[in-house]
Design a protein around this ligand. Structure first.
Ligand code: PEP
Ligand code: MN
Length: 318
């Protein structure tokens, strides 16, 4: 019998699938959407992550020199970035690779905030360093290698700073949400999830960008979701396309590596965009953001988008 025209999707199909998901994530109930919590908006200085604005976090993999950092901060700000990224503590695959400037790097980041007005996100690798990193940074980044380092997560939660939680490279979505739940359980509701690619059998890209995880997280969790196309791709040529895909999948923002001379970068140069590449990536996002009714921060080349925040104390930002 010809069933064309008579086939209908079960009316409760989507609902049933969603309930299955809720069972699958039962160990992280507080990160799931419910009637009270549809979207967490994380306030950082004068901007909101998970709100109306698409937030781009951009900067070098590693903080190298004051000159390098300042040049990048000024450039990415004019191109529409709102947050400056840069590692002062670097988890490296090789023990002989540059490990970061530590405290000196944090001071350079704080100086760049004063000069540019951009908020700062930087990685913290050990629980002992949390108070120091929290003194200088606006957002604490937990790296992929530390997603399940519970003593670090606990210390980061207690710092009171928002936490950018990167998905472990071999972590499932449920694992990621469990770690997020742990931070919430430790009294910090300001968790930002980050998809940065996972390990699969594919080796052409550095990691496999799990775009379905972004769509899934946006459906089931009220926490903001940021995409990192740089570590997902591992090759700068692919970063703009992955950024556009992240927008289409519903991400709340991006974390992108940018360097004035990527071939000379002290870490992750092969995946870092140069200034022209970053500008082109940002401009190419516009029509995709428009489809979602979103905008980037206004791009006012050569003009400050907002006043630098100047020196501030821990108390001033809570
Ligand atoms: C980084 O952001 O530079 C970084 C080391 O990221 P990940 O932890 O995702 O590898
Ligand atoms: Mn990096």
């Amino acid at each position: 019998m010809d069933q064309r025209g008579t086939l209908t999707l079960p009316q409760n199909g989507a609902h049933r699938v969603r309930e299955d998901w809720y069972e699958g994530f039962a160990e992280s109930p507080d990160v799931l959407k419910d009637a009270q919590r549809q979207q967490t908006v994380v306030q950082v200085l004068d901007l909101e992550i998970g709100g109306e604005e698409f937030i781009t976090m951009a900067g070098p993999c590693s903080v190298e020199t004051e000159f390098q950092l300042m040049a990048i901060a000024n450039h990415v700000r004019r191109a529409g970035a709102r947050i400056l990224r840069g590692g002062a503590f670097k988890p490296r695959s090789s023990p002989y690779a540059f490990q970061g400037h530590g405290l000196e790097g944090l001071k350079m980041l704080a100086h760049a905030r004063e000069e540019s007005g951009l908020a700062i996100v930087t990685e913290v690798m050990s629980e002992e360093d949390v108070p120091m990193v929290a003194e200088y940074a606006d957002i604490l980044q937990i790296g992929t290698r530390n997603m399940e380092n519970y003593s670090l997560l606990e210390a980061a939660a207690h710092s009171g700073r928002p936490v950018l939680l990167k998905r472990g490279m071999v972590a499932t979505v449920a694992d990621l949400l469990r770690s997020a739940q742990f931070i919430l359980d430790n009294g910090n509701p300001n968790v930002i999830l980050c998809e940065r690619g996972i390990r699969t059998f594919e080796t052409a890209t550095r990691n496999t960008f799990d775009v379905a995880a972004i769509a899934l997280l946006k459906q089931i969790s009220h926490l903001p979701v940021i995409a990192d196309p740089s570590h997902a791709a591992g090759h700068r040529e692919l970063v703009p396309a992955l950024a556009r895909i992240a927008v289409a999948a519903g991400a709340d923002g991006l974390l992108v590596e940018v360097h004035p001379n990527p071939d000379k970068a002290w870490s992750d140069g092969e995946q870092s965009l140069d200034f022209a590449g970053f500008d082109a990536m940002m401009e190419a996002l516009d029509p995709w953001l428009a489809l979602r009714g979103l905008e980037l921060a206004p791009r006012k080349r050569g003009v400050l988008q907002r006043e630098p925040v100047g020196a501030r104390t821990m108390e001033a930002v809570g």
